[in-house]
Write a protein that binds this ligand. Structure first.
Ligand SMILES: Cc1ncc(COP(=O)(O)O)c(C=O)c1O
Length: 370
C-alpha cells in the first residue's frame, strides 16, 4: 500500500504558522501514549500548567491548554464569559480582531469594534476617548496581529482598560514564547494562545488562562455555557482538584509536546529566547534592506516573529512564493484581506529564530527576485 507519509517533503516553515517543530518536541510527541487518567499523566498535566503559568507570568490557577487550535482558545475565551446582551468592545486592526468580533456576535453580545488601520497599532488615545462615554463587560485585543506584523501596545492598553472594570481579553497566539507576555502585570482576565507559532509545536492546543474575576462571571451566569466541549466549568473538573473527572479524552501526545516545548523555552531562558527573536528579526530587516525590500510596519511596533514585507511594484508575489517552495523548500505567507497581493509574511518563530535560517531565506529570496 502506498504510504503518503514517506513522500512528505521537509519544508522550512517561515510563514505565519505553523512554524518548524523543535526536534525535542517531535521526540516528545512520539513517546508512548498513556491513559488520560493515569496518575503519571495527571502529574504531567500539573507540570504543564505550572510551566504555562511561568511563561505567561500569571498566578491564575485556571491556566491550561484547551484541546484545539488557537481558534478553540478564542471560542473558549468568549463562549464562557459572554451572556446575550453583554457589551463587548473589540480593538480591531487585522484578521484576528475581525474574527473575535464574529465570534462574540454569534453569542448575541452587543459588539462594538474600534477600527485601526491594518499595519498600524491600536491607538491608546482613541481608546481612552472612546471609553469616556461607553461601558463594556469585555474589552478584547490581539497582542501580536499575525495578519499584519503589528505588536499592539499592551502596557498602555491595559492601563486604560483596568480602571473601567471590564474583563480584559487578550489573544497572544503569535506572541507567547517570542515576546514577553505578563498576564498578571497587565491585569489580563482572559487569555489564549496557540502551540504552532513561537512554542515550536504542531498546531492542536490553545494555552489558556482565566482570572478569578473572569471565573466569578462564569459562576454567576444565568444560562449554561452554550458550548459543551469548551465549557470551562466542566473542563476544570478534569484539570483541577483531587477528583479529575473525565470530560473529554485529552490529546495526550500533544500535551507531551507542549510540555517539552515549554521546557525548551524556559531552560534556554525567556530573556535569551526573546533576544534571539529580536536578533533574527534585525538580521532579516538588514538583509531585506540590501535587497531593496521594505517592511509594512513602523519599527516601533514591529513584531520580531512576523515580518510583513512590501511586495515591490511589478513583482508577482505568488510566483515568488511558489519558487521559494519549489526551488528552496521554504514556505512564506501571503497577505490577507486588504493586504492580499501587497505583502509577504515571513515568520521567524520559535526554533526558526536563528541566524542560519535568516541567511537561508535571504539567499533564497534574492535568487527568486533576480
Ligand atoms: C493572532 C491569532 N489569533 C488566532 C489565530 C487562530 O489560530 P488557529 O489558526 O490555530 O485556529 C491565529 C492563527 O494564525 C492568530 O495568528
Amino acid at each position: 500500500m502506498k504510504n503518503a507519509l514517506e513522500s512528505l517533503p521537509e519544508i522550512l516553515l517561515l510563514g505565519p504558522g505553523p512554524s518548524t517543530t523543535h526536534p525535542e518536541v517531535l521526540h516528545a510527541l512520539g513517546r508512548p501514549t498513556i491513559g488520560h487518567l493515569d496518575p503519571k499523566f495527571i502529574e504531567l498535566m500539573d507540570e504543564t500548567k505550572a510551566l504555562l503559568q511561568r511563561l505567561a507570568h500569571t498566578n491564575h490557577p485556571l491556566t491550561l491548554p484547551i484541546s484545539g487550535t488557537g481558534s478553540a482558545g478564542m471560542e473558549t475565551a468568549f463562549v464562557n464569559f459572554i451572556e446575550p446582551g453583554d457589551r463587548v468592545l473589540v480593538l480591531q486592526n487585522g484578521v484576528f480582531g475581525t474574527r473575535m468580533k464574529d465570534v462574540a456576535q454569534r453569542l448575541r453580545a452587543e459588539v462594538d469594534a474600534l477600527d485601526f488601520d491594518w499595519g498600524a497599532p491600536v491607538d491608546p488615545d482613541r481608546l481612552r476617548t472612546h471609553l469616556t462615554g461607553n461601558r463594556y463587560d469585555i474589552i478584547a485585543v490581539v497582542h501580536a496581529e499575525t495578519s499584519t506584523g503589528v505588536r499592539n501596545p499592551l502596557d498602555e492598553i491595559a492601563a486604560i482598560v483596568r480602571p473601567t472594570g471590564a474583563l480584559f481579553l487578550v489573544d497572544s497566539v503569535t506572541g507567547l514564547g517570542g515576546i514577553p507576555v505578563t498576564l498578571d502585570d497587565w491585569g489580563v482576565d482572559i487569555f489564549y494562545s496557540g502551540t504552532q507559532k513561537c512554542l515550536a509545536c504542531p498546531p492542536g492546543l490553545a494555552p489558556f488562562s482565566a482570572s478569578g474575576r473572569a471565573l466569578a462571571k462564569l459562576r454567576a451566569r444565568t444560562s449554561k455555557v452554550p458550548n459543551w466541549y469548551l465549557d470551562l466549568s466542566l473542563i476544570s473538573n478534569y484539570w483541577e482538584g483531587a477528583k479529575r473527572a473525565y470530560h473529554h479524552t485529552a490529546p495526550i501526545n500533544m500535551i507531551y509536546g507542549l510540555y517539552a516545548a515549554l521546557r525548551v523555552i524556559l531552560e534556554e531562558g525567556e530573556e535569551a529566547v526573546f533576544a534571539r527573536h529580536r536578533a533574527a528579526h534585525e538580521g532579516l530587516v538588514a538583509g531585506l534592506d540590501q535587497l531593496g525590500l521594505e517592511l509594512l510596519v513602523e519599527p516601533a511596533c514591529r513584531l520580531p516573529m512576523l515580518n510583513a514585507v512590501k511586495v515591490p511594484a511589478g513583482i508577482d508575489e505568488a510566483a515568488v512564493r511558489s519558487r521559494l517552495l519549489a526551488d528552496h523548500a521554504i514556505e512564506i505567507g501571503a497577505g490577507l484581506g486588504p493586504l492580499a497581493g501587497n505583502i509577504w509574511r515571513i515568520g521567524l518563530m520559535g526554533h526558526n529564530a536563528r541566524p542560519e535560517i535568516v541567511d537561508r531565506v535571504l539567499a533564497a529570496l534574492a535568487a527568486c527576485l533576480k
